[in-house]
Design a protein around this ligand. Sequence first.
Ligand SMILES: [Zn+2]
Length: 67
Amino acid sequence: MDPLADRCPLCQGDNHCAVASNEAASTCWCMTAEISPTALQAIPDHLRGVRCLCERCASHESKIIER
Ligand SMILES: [Zn+2]
């Protein structure tokens, strides 16, 4: 597994991903959270669908746009 699987690809913070803690993906917070499309687009192609965003980056579009 990616040693950085528990890191957000945008801010490198802890993403609290269930998969990274060896738990079922269906228990991850992201299954019920609304992920901003802007945040998804900001993820580098090779990390999209590989690493989970953190909750903050997933919902706060403005921070990502500023980058
Ligand atoms: Zn983040």
